[in-house]
Unconditional design. Structure first.
Length: 585
């Protein structure tokens, strides 16, 4: 039986509520549970999950809504006590530091006058007006929130460009600003390589490999995944390249993206040709052409990191040696199945599998999959289809474990590919969550007289809040084959099936003439200031403020709540009245 509890004017962050939902699902007697804010979008998710009740119709975006599927009504009191305890614990953790906490924009701007960057992690449907407010106050914006309309993204990025500011995002999950990690980011050493990417886990993979190779990063600027689309035009990407070109500490530039619109890609390449610094580009899914002088093309994220390190050290271009792997599976067992928490890693795995198994583009796609053909499958578990109303797979392993179990029962499955992404915001001990399932699957396969291999890559460094050595030890003890990169993991899987990927050979040709530009744009004063930024205003998820503070950044925590009950029309009217009042003053 469904029971609904609505707590009026009790705004909580969506990630906190997802973690709370997970806690409630572990309670005896709770068949199902969900806790979300009463936004229209969340009400639709309740309906999709079969948990919608008539009582929640009156809930607003400021109201916390709990729906329980229980048989014993006496459990409600236990559940409410658990909720109060969980939220109180979250508050204690946040208040344990020295971060200044405020409740209004005006106070945040007053205390954060010298802060150069505002970090937003609030409901995406309400983010556009807050982005505009931050830009109007002269702040660069790092927008973690998704579900911002494409129309708003274009409008706001044009506004940011006009003001000489960067809008990183929307849906920007990763960044390193002047050595300080922002959002879901790994801790990597400072160095001389600057990265700009339309890919969160792409940035994480490249920066951690750079770290493992002994070098470090100046800036890692995320743009949001749509930045290189035709409609957006690469506004943030191009402005970020100008920033890195003018950064005296950056000696090599790396650009990361899934396939961009062709004309946007050409404009990005022209900018890099006009620059003075060697650059590496990776447009995942595109077969790399020959290099140009000072402009190098990578096929994989690993190769992008390797090229950047070689350029920095002024070493000859070369591929790192890979150990040979012989086929070990029978003709009856030839299927590879990959379950990724990192979307770009999943995309890269699908790209390599299609090349190694000679799959056609037309046969490789199905809704919910990046690749599904002939029994092979690659899934990005961070896709919206899997995360609506549920925590991201970097936080919660439930969906991945379910899929791994299903794959392990298939007698044709030979190899399961997984990633474990460490860093701020990720699960504190993902290896321990996955290891029991891996042991069980391998033992069951052995009983049935077949082999099952699990190959993993850990995206992280020894500086991350998780202990990478412990994570490696736990997975190795469970029988996992660990590889130093996602590329190596997929290559090993293909070789085990008798489909090794051939090496790619490219020449270094003279630099091409630019098509659209004749000189590099000048850097704005605001963008120049970003290179020395140490101050942040964190609007939303408190854990982001904790990571900034841990790396000696100055941060003001703005405990944001939607005004006007989340009514966007009324919010715009209030904002207009504020602006009129300021003009009159």
């Amino acid at each position: 039986m469904l029971h609904t509890v609505i707590q009026k004017n009790n705004y909580q962050d969506s990630i906190v509520l997802m973690l709370l939902t997970n806690r409630l699902l572990t309670l005896d007697g709770v068949n199902n549970a969900s806790v979300m804010m009463g936004t229209p979008a969340n009400k639709d998710i309740f309906k999709t999950g079969g948990l919608y009740t008539e009582e929640m119709a009156s809930a607003t975006s400021n109201d916390m809504v709990l729906v329980l599927d229980i048989e014993n009504e006496t459990l409600i009191e236990t559940v409410m006590n658990e909720i109060d305890s969980f939220i109180a614990d979250q508050g204690k953790q946040a208040d344990s530091g020295n971060t200044e906490i405020v409740k209004t924009w005006d106070r945040a701007l007053e205390l954060g006058e010298k802060a150069g960057v505002a970090v937003l992690s609030i409901p995406g449907t309400l983010a556009a007006s807050e982005i505009e407010r931050g830009l109007s106050a002269g702040k660069h914006i790092f927008c973690f929130s998704d579900n911002v309309s494409l129309e708003d993204e274009v409008r706001l990025k044009k506004l940011a460009h006009e003001k000489g500011l960067l809008l990183m995002g929307p849906d920007c999950g990763t960044g390193i600003i002047n050595g300080i990690p922002v959002a879901f980011t790994n801790a990597v050493r400072e160095g001389k390589i600057g990265v700009v990417g339309a890919s969160g886990t792409g940035i994480q993979e490249v920066t951690t490999i750079i770290h493992k190779l002994g070098e470090g990063v100046t800036q890692a600027i995320g743009t949001g995944g749509r930045d290189l689309k035709e409609a957006v035009g690469g506004i943030t990407m191009k402005d970020s390249i100008v920033v890195l070109e003018n950064d005296p500490d950056t000696k090599v530039i790396v650009v990361i993206s899934k396939p961009p619109a062709p004309n946007v890609r050409d404009e990005v390449l022209d900018l890099l040709r006009l620059g003075t610094k060697p650059a590496v580009t990776i447009f995942l899914g595109e077969k790399p052409a020959d290099h140009e002088e000072n402009l190098y093309r990578a096929y994989t994220l690993e190769e992008a990191a390797q090229l950047a390190v070689q350029l920095l050290r002024q070493e000859p271009m070369h591929s790192f040696l890979e150990e040979e792997t012989k086929p070990i599976f029978s003709a009856k067992q030839q299927k590879i199945k990959g379950y990724y928490s990192g979307g770009t890693l999943a995309y890269e795995a699908a790209m390599l599998l299609k090349a190694g198994l000679k799959l056609t583009e037309e046969s490789a796609y199905e809704e919910g999959y990046i690749l599904k053909v002939d029994g092979h499958e690659i899934i990005d578990l961070g896709d919206d289809i899997y995360t609506q109303g549920k925590p991201h797979p970097m936080i919660d392993p439930t969906k991945r474990i379910e899929m791994m179990e299903h794959a392990g029962e298939d007698p044709e499955t030979a190899i399961i590919l997984i990633d474990v992404v460490l860093g701020y915001g990720s699960h504190s001990d993902m290896a321990s969550e996955l290891a029991p399932t891996i042991k069980k699957l391998k033992a069951n396969a052995k009983k049935e007289g077949r082999k099952l291999e699990v190959i993993a890559t850990i995206v992280g460094t020894e500086l991350d809040p998780q202990n990478i050595q412990e994570q490696e030890s736990i997975l190795s003890e469970a029988g996992v084959i660990l590889c130093q990169s996602n590329t190596q993991a997929v290559k090993k899987a293909l070789a085990m099936l008798g489909h090794p990927l051939p090496a790619i050979s490219r020449q270094i040709l003279p630099k091409k003439e630019t098509k659209n530009l004749r000189e590099l744009p000048e850097i704005s004063q605001n963008s120049q200031a970003l290179l020395a930024n140490e101050g942040f205003i964190n609007i939303g998820l408190r854990s982001f403020a904790e990571a900034i503070q841990e790396h000696h950044g100055k941060v003001i925590q703005y405990d944001w709540q939607p005004v006007a009950g989340g009514n966007i029309t009324l919010q715009k009217a209030l904002r207009f009245l504020e602006q009129v009042t300021l003009i009159e003053k």
